[in-house]
Every structure is written in structure tokens, then in C-alpha cells.
Design a protein. Structure first.
Length: 502
């Protein structure tokens, strides 16, 4: 990469189903957050290449009383981000509840509580449009077959201009079954441009599909279609689902994801132009670019979403999310540095996938080393805390308190089909109840675990290949647990969390 170019992906981690909007000289992006809280991450950029995480639009999943345990592949699917009437708006589909929206006067909030625009199972990937020419408002969405029995079609509605309700029962505006060779049509983004209604929507599945464009003179159709981005002879499989944005100078760009296994859905930036028939063409003649000239925007210093954390005052940075709605007492604020996690009592301590109190962040998309210091303060027999790689299969390394009161380094894992963890390495004494933990994440998300109790780092167990959930990339996690029982079970303290290039 030279000073005048960028290299894809521009966000090399699991920022799934991105959508983007420009307001003045600023660009903002949101992404799916599924079952994690807080949700709906909010990223900011001035050049479309360098992004920082500035907050979240969703503090807790709704209804809060129904989200007490992990729902890793459920929750917030494929949001759309828009700016209208001097407010930011985000619409998303919860496949088990319906279409929600939140809005705010500024990107940092305050955001409204989630409002259910339309209840129903399988309503996903909603996108609104306010037509400045007519004052009408519309919404288009896709369908999840797993919940509704329907897929491969897009349904359009008239929407109240205040974004609170839909004004009709909806009409199928694009039926993918009627387009030869098209399947799993989803993820629509709706625009009005040059007198046309445009729907940019992918099809063909997240790992193998393509990006389509649809246009019509009327919102309810009929629409004509073209494929505008596909893998061709590149290594970018299934270029899929994203958003179109125009710079102040009039350049058009498209941000979309690529499914990369355990790394999740990484984000690419494609140039966008219009051909002689007034159809958009993405990338290099419809193929994804690996390196390209930067957008015509003022140069910006290098930036990326934060990963490292010293946990000042016991607080954790924006890059962290719980695996379900948090409860009081999980993390304690204090006067020093370090994350103090209560050892939460749980009957599911043997399976991190079932525990809502794992504090997670995204797995980096390049070979990396992850390190953290751990002190196990709990004296409770069976109490444990550690650093995990969490997906359909998981592995972790950390400390556990024995029945004799001694702390031991333990390393455990569970296969995707296993119902509980088992040992991946031999237990080793940690005389002071302290350890430095390290995971080296190599090519293909293959992970090696290390520990250091003061006599130098030692490898533990065989290589562990990280795995994604069904829709979510693998996660890095910090946790503290204790066996089921009564009373406070103590705590664990994590310090100096670092991710560095391997």
C-alpha cells in the first residue's frame, strides 16, 4: 500500500452486515451485533478507510427480561443507518420478534429505547427511505426462512413519515424465485437516485453469493436487476451486503462484507461508478479490488477500532460487549486499574457458550498475539477465570482454585458437538494466584495457548482451530465463574489486555 492507496479489508474483523451514511464531512457505519450487549456499534471515519468505534446505539437487548442467557446468532440482524430530519435512524430486524428502530439527534446519542415498528417472525434486514420529492416514506425488508418459511423475496411497505409504523400489509416488490439462478435474496438497502428507486441487495448466500442492484420508477415496482459485484477470479468470496455512500466531491463508494470463517465478516471498500446504461458498477468492472486509489477526501492519520485496554477504574472500553444483557455486580468499578469480574455462580460453568457474563471483543483478522494478566482473588473451590476463544467450539486458559485452596493453571476446550469442556493441558500450580496468559492466533485462526507463572512462558496443549457461530465470527472473551451455590464467590482481576501483530 502506498500513500495514495488503501488495501482491503478496511475493517479486518467481524463488522457484520455494514451500513454507512454521510453527514457533512463525516461518515458513520453500523453493523450487526446479534445477541451481544451493548449492541449496534457506531463507527466514524473521515476518509472511508480509517475507522474508530465511537459508541453503541443499543444499551440492552429488548425485551430485557427475555434476554437473560446467550442468544449468539439471534438478536440484532443487519441494521440500516440513515440520517433524516436532523436525526440518525437505525432500523434492524430481530428474526424472533420483528422490525425495530432507534433514533437520536447525534451519533453519540442519546438514543431512544427500541420501538417495535412491525411484529412478526422472520422479518429481517429492514431499510427505510424518506422520499424528499414526495414526502412519502417507505420500508423494504427480507425474510428468514428459519422463522417464517419464506425467503428469496423482498417485501415493501409504505411507512409513516415519523418511522413508528407501517401503513399497509406489504407487497412483494422483488421475487427472487422469478429471476433465473437467483436464490437467498436478502439484505436490501433502499435509495432514491436520478428519478429511480434503487435496491442494492445480495443473493446466493454469504460465502458464495454476489451483490445485485434493482431499479424501478416506482417503489412497488416492477424492478429490473443486474449483478454488480461478484468474486470472479479474486479471492474475495461472496462479496455481499453493504451500503452505498457519496462523498462531498461526488465520488460513489460501496462498503460490503466478506465471510471469512472464524474471523467473521470483514469489511471491504469498493469504488462505484455508473455505466452508459446508468447502472452502478462496483469494484474493477464488477470484481472486488484488493488495492485501490483512496477516496478523494482529506488525508487522515491511521486509525482503527481500539483493542487494547488497561481497564482504568475497573471500566472497560467500547470494544467490549457481554454475551447477553449484563447484570449488576458482574464488573466492579474501583480506584485503580484492572477489570474486576465477580466469579458468577453458575450451573453452566462447564460450558462458556451458555454463560451470559463473558466479556467479549472481535477476533482480529490478521495473525496476532493476545495477552492479559490475571489474578484469581476468589478462595472458592472450583472458582475459575481466564482468557477464551469462543465460538461453536471454544478453548480457554486461566486459573482455577482447587479444593486444597491452591490456584492452578488450567487449559480446557470443547468441540462444537460437546456439551461440556474437558482438559486440553495439564494443570500446573500458580503459587501466587497470578498468571500471564497468551494466545497466538496464526493463519486460519489456529490458536496456541501459553501461560507464565513467573518462570517464563510455557505452551499448553495442542493447536486449537477457532470456529465461528453460525452467523458470528469467533470472539475473544474474559470471564470469571464459580460452581452453583450460595453467597458471594469472590472475584478475578484482569490487567494489561493487549493485542499485537504476530
Amino acid at each position: 500500500m502506498t500513500a495514495g492507496t488503501y488495501t482491503n479489508p478496511v475493517l479486518n474483523a467481524d463488522w457484520s452486515d455494514p451500513d454507512v451514511v454521510r453527514v457533512g464531512d463525516d461518515f458513520y457505519l453500523t453493523a450487526s451485533s446479534f445477541g451481544r450487549a451493548p449492541g449496534l456499534p457506531l463507527l466514524h471515519s473521515r476518509d472511508l478507510v480509517h475507522w474508530t468505534l465511537v459508541g453503541h446505539a443499543l444499551e440492552r437487548l429488548e425485551p430485557a427480561e427475555g434476554v437473560t442467557g446467550p442468544r449468539h446468532d439471534c438478536g440484532v440482524w443487519a441494521p440500516s443507518l440513515r440520517h433524516h430530519d436532523d436525526r440518525f435512524w437505525i432500523f434492524w430486524g430481530d428474526p424472533d420478534q420483528g422490525i425495530f428502530q432507534v433514533n437520536a439527534p447525534g451519533i453519540r446519542g442519546p438514543w431512544t429505547r427500541p420501538h417495535l415498528v412491525k411484529a412478526g417472525n422472520g422479518l429481517i434486514d429492514p431499510c427505510p427511505l424518506w422520499d424528499d420529492d414526495t414526502g412519502e416514506a417507505y420500508l423494504v425488508h427480507a425474510w428468514a426462512k428459519s422463522r417464517s418459511g419464506v425467503k428469496n423475496r423482498l417485501t415493501g411497505h409504505r411507512m409513516h413519515p415519523d418511522g413508528t409504523e407501517l401503513l399497509d400489509d406489504g407487497k412483494v416488490v422483488v421475487d427472487g424465485d422469478r429471476i433465473p439462478g437467483w436464490f437467498t435474496l436478502e439484505g436490501p438497502k433502499l435509495y432514491k437516485h436520478d428519478g429511480w428507486f434503487w435496491i442494492l441487495a445480495p443473493a446466493g448466500g454469504v460465502e458464495t453469493g454476489w451483490q445485485g442492484a434493482f431499479r424501478s420508477r416506482g417503489f412497488f415496482g416492477p424492478y429490473e436487476e443486474r449483478i454488480v459485484l461478484e468474486q470472479k477470479d479474486t479471492d474475495v468470496n461472496g462479496p455481499h451486503q453493504g451500503g452505498w455512500v457519496r462523498t462531498p466531491s461526488g465520488e460513489d463508494w460501496f462498503l460490503h462484507f466478506q465471510q471469512r470463517g472464524a474471523y467473521g465478516r470483514v469489511v471491504h471498500l469498493q469504488p462505484m461508478r455508473w455505466d452508459t446504461d446508468n447502472w452502478p458498477m462496483l469494484g474493477a468492472d464488477g470484481a472486488p479490488v484488493a488495492v485501490h486509489r483512496r477516496p478523494d477526501l482529506p488525508p487522515q492519520p491511521p486509525a482503527a477500532p481500539a483493542t487494547d485496554d488497561d481497564f482504568p477504574g475497573g471500566r472497560f472500553g467500547r470494544q467490549w460487549s457481554w454475551t447477553a444483557n449484563p447484570r449488576d455486580g458482574w464488573a466492579t468499578q474501583h480506584s485503580g486499574d484492572g477489570l474486576k469480574l465477580a466469579c458468577v455462580r453458575s450451573a453452566d460453568a462447564h460450558d462458556l457458550r451458555r454463560h451470559p457474563g463473558v466479556l467479549t471483543q472481535r477476533l482480529p483478522g490478521t495473525p496476532s498475539t493476545v495477552e492479559v494478566e490475571l489474578r484469581l482473588d476468589s478462595r472458592e473451590p472450583g472458582a475459575r477465570a481466564g482468557l477464551a476463544v469462543l465460538g461453536d467450539a471454544f478453548g480457554w486458559i486461566g486459573l482455577q482454585r482447587g479444593t486444597d485452596g491452591a490456584a492452578h493453571v488450567v487449559h480446557r476446550f470443547a468441540e462444537a458437538v460437546a456439551e461440556r469442556e474437558r482438559d486440553a493441558g495439564h494443570a500446573r500450580p500458580a503459587p501466587e494466584g497470578r498468571v500471564r496468559l497468551r494466545i497466538e492466533i496464526g493463519a486460519g485462526a489456529r490458536c496456541r495457548f501459553f501461560h507464565d507463572v513467573g518462570d517464563g512462558p510455557r505452551a499448553s496443549g495442542p493447536v486449537f482451530a477457532a470456529t465461528p457461530w453460525r452467523w458470528v465470527g469467533a470472539l475473544l472473551g474474559l470471564f470469571a465463574l464459580a460452581p452453583a451455590g450460595q453467597g458471594h464467590a469472590g472475584a478475578a482481576t484482569f490487567t494489561q489486555f493487549r493485542i499485537s501483530a504476530l
